[in-house]
Design a protein around this ligand. Structure first.
Ligand code: 8IG
Length: 278
C-alpha cells in the first residue's frame, strides 16, 4: 500500500487516494450522492443548490485529461436542501479512449470511497424506439455490456439483478410520470453502429445504444452503490430512421430539451436526497 497519493498502481487504492485528496481540498468529509453528467445533462448542476467546492478533475489523483478536446472536466460538490452533499463528476473517461477499464470507472470508485451511497449516471445515446424523438430522456432499466471487458476481476461474483435500483427508478417516475424505460447496450465505440449492428442490438433486447454507463454501473454495483441511470436519446440509431438524421436537427433537439433535462435530473436528485439518511 502506497503513502504517495500519486503513485498508487492498484485502481482501488488510487480511488482511496482520490477521495482523500477531495477531502483535504474541500474540507468535506463525505458525500451522499454522486452524479456523472453525460452529454446533454450538464444544466442540472446549477439547479442542485449551493456549490461548496470546485476543482479541475486533473488536480485529483487518477482523473485524466481527455485526449481529444483537451478540455478538463470539473469536480464539484453541492449541498442540496436538507443538507445532503452531491459530488458532480463533470469529467468522464470513455472506454474508447484506450486508457483501460479502470480509468473509465475511477470516478465511480472515488465517489464510493468518498462515502456516496447513490450514483446517478447520465448519458447521450442512440435510440431504437421510433417514439423516442431526439431530446427524449429515458430511464435505464437494465443493460447489456457489449464491450467484452469488465471492471470486476478475479473470483468476484457480483450480482447484477436490479443493478439499476428499482426504488430509485420509482422516485424518478414520480418526478416525471411520462418517463419510459429502456435497456442500454454499451458498445466499445468510438464508431457508431452499422444498421446491422443496431438490428443485432434490438434482437438481443436493447433499445438504447451508447459508449458508456454499463461498465460504470458494474463498478458501482461492485462498490455497493445504488445506481440510477438516465439516457438522453440524441439520435435515432443507424438504420432506424428512413432518412439519415440531420446533425443540426439533432443538436437543436438537444438544446431544446436541455432545460427539461436539467430540471428532471435536479428534481430527481433532490427527491433521492430527501429519502437518503445522512
Ligand atoms: I450521442 O447512435 C450517441 N452516442 N454507440 N450509438 C452509440 N453511441 C452513441 C450514439 C449512437 N449516439
Amino acid at each position: 500500500m502506497t503513502e504517495n497519493a500519486h503513485t498508487a498502481t492498484d485502481p482501488y487504492e488510487l480511488a482511496k487516494d482520490a477521495a482523500q485528496a477531495l477531502r483535504s481540498a474541500s474540507g468535506i468529509d463525505r458525500i451522499d450522492i454522486a452524479v456523472t453528467l453525460g452529454s446533454g445533462w450538464s444544466g442540472a448542476a446549477e439547479l442542485l443548490g449551493t456549490e461548496l467546492f470546485s476543482a479541475p478533475a486533473d488536480s485529483i489523483p487518477g482523473f485524466q485529461k481527455p485526449q481529444v478536446d483537451g478540455h478538463v472536466g470539473t469536480l464539484r460538490i453541492f449541498e442540496v436542501e436538507g443538507g445532503a452533499r452531491v459530488l458532480v463528476l463533470g469529467a468522464r473517461t470513455h472506454y474508447y479512449e484506450g486508457k483501460g477499464v479502470n480509468a473509465t470507472v475511477h470516478g465511480v470508485r472515488t465517489a464510493a470511497e468518498f462515502g456516496a451511497s447513490t450514483l446517478v449516471l447520465t448519458n447521450g445515446c442512440g435510440g431504437l424506439n421510433e417514439q423516442w424523438r431526439p431530446g427524449s430522456p429515458v430511464l435505464i432499466a437494465d443493460h447489456i455490456n457489449f464491450t467484452g471487458d469488465s471492471p470486476i476481476t478475479g473470483a468476484t461474483f457480483v450480482d447484477q439483478t436490479d443493478i439499476y435500483t428499482p426504488r430509485l427508478r420509482e422516485i424518478a417516475k414520480k418526478v416525471d410520470s411520462s418517463l419510459d424505460e429502456g435497456v442500454y447496450m454499451q458498445f466499445r465505440g468510438p464508431f457508431y453502429e452499422s444498421p446491422a449492428e443496431v438490428h443485432m442490438a434490438r434482437v438481443l433486447g436493447a433499445n438504447l445504444v451508447g459508449m458508456s454507463t454499463a461498465l460504470e454501473a458494474m463498478a458501482a454495483r461492485e462498490a455497493g452503490l445504488d445506481v440510477l441511470g438516465f439516457s438522453l436519446v440524441t439520435n435515432l440509431a443507424a438504420g432506424i430512421s428512413p432518412t439519415p438524421l440531420n446533425h443540426e436537427e439533432v443538436v437543436e433537439a438537444g438544446r431544446a430539451a436541455a432545460p427539461r433535462l436539467a430540471k428532471l435530473l435536479s428534481d430527481t436528485i433532490h427527491a433521492i436526497a430527501k429519502e437518503t439518511d445522512r
